[in-house]
Write a protein of this length. Structure first.
Length: 325
């Protein structure tokens, strides 16, 4: 059963239904203006994307960036570590640190497709908004996993809808986008989970020290790295770094590195048509057989077959570009 401890439950009322309908109608109109169908629909705003799916999807392992993932219709689940969170219509997932997780669509059909919007969070803007709050939220003394599910209320829904409409007018984006993103940061920081999110914006917190090590890890994942090296980047002792890293990401630093390598190898095979051996060596493996074993263990299927499956899955919309009105 999905974990309930971090999922907010609340009674639905008529205003929320109206907001849900407005947001859903706006997103659907955008999708149809892009030719309709299902899959990933990029927008003219680089870090805003829309997904529509007519069917439930198998779990997709990936590294989640700091982001806001809003569901307008249907439902998704995310599995990180041993915890599963489910979020449906007018709920959102907020990820405040890069972390490996598996996400999947669990409610979708041709009559009622899954529709969601993903917005990358701007850490610098979060920090600016936090500094201007008269009563800023206080980071928890013992931060837990850097992900939570919450409610999409009217102000937040209106911000998302404005972004979708704005993407139809590219000339307006550089002028209007910063103010809407600032407003999104405000509503998130002053909401019920603001304390958990504000850790992302405090420069010298353990949260940000671990985040700095993750950036280093992403840039050097193909190299042989030791925990001591990453701890030095984070300016923490190895034991403290290891503890906080796993507490925030649900995996150890070396497990994180392995997942980065395997996810990049999948991208190389799918997007660049690299062979299994080429992908293995490019991401830092010295043995193709070891690579295949670890790949199969993580994704549940052999590398070559998995790459073929993903090429078929995304061929219909991989090259889709955002159109303007």
């Amino acid at each position: 059963m999905p974990a309930e401890g971090r999922v907010l439950r609340w009674p639905r009322n008529q205003p929320e239904v109206r907001v849900s309908s407005s947001l859903l109608d706006g997103i659907t109109a955008y999708i149809e203006s892009q030719g309709g169908g299902e899959g990933l629909f990029p927008t003219q705003i680089e870090n805003v994307n829309i997904i529509r799916s007519y069917q439930q999807r198998m779990p997709m392992r990936q590294i989640y960036r700091p982001s806001l993932c809003v569901v307008a219709q249907g439902a998704k689940e995310i599995l990180f570590g041993e915890e599963t969170l489910r979020y449906g219509a007018m709920e959102c997932l907020v990820v405040s640190m890069e972390m490996p997780a598996s996400g999947r669509v669990v409610e979708a059909s041709e009559q009622t497709p899954y529709i969601g919007v993903t917005i990358d969070l701007d850490v610098n803007m979060l920090r600016e908004v936090l500094e201007q709050l008269e009563t800023p939220p206080v980071s928890p003394a013992t931060p837990g996993p850097s992900v939570f599910v919450g409610k999409v209320d009217e102000p937040l829904a209106e911000c998302v809808l404005r972004l979708i409409r704005m993407s139809q007018t590219p000339k307006a984006i550089p002028i209007l986008y910063p103010s809407v993103m600032r407003e999104i940061c405000y509503w998130l920081l002053t909401g019920p989970h603001g304390a958990e999110l504000c850790s992302l914006a405090v420069p010298e917190s353990n949260f940000m020290r671990v985040a700095k090590a993750i950036y280093f890890l992403r840039a050097n994942f193909a190299q042989t790295l030791r925990v001591e090296q990453m701890a030095e980047v984070a300016r923490m002792s190895p034991s403290s770094f290891h503890q906080h890293f796993k507490q925030l990401t649900s995996v150890t630093p070396l497990q994180f590195q392995k997942q980065l390598r395997l996810l990049e190898s999948r991208r190389l095979m799918v997007a660049d048509a690299a062979s299994v051996e080429e992908a293995a060596y490019k991401v830092g493996y010295e043995s193709a057989s070891q690579f295949s074993r670890e790949y199969s263990r993580m994704f549940g299927v052999a590398p070559k077959q998995d790459a073929l499956n993903h090429q078929r899955m995304y061929s219909q919309y991989a090259s889709r570009k955002a159109r303007t009105a």
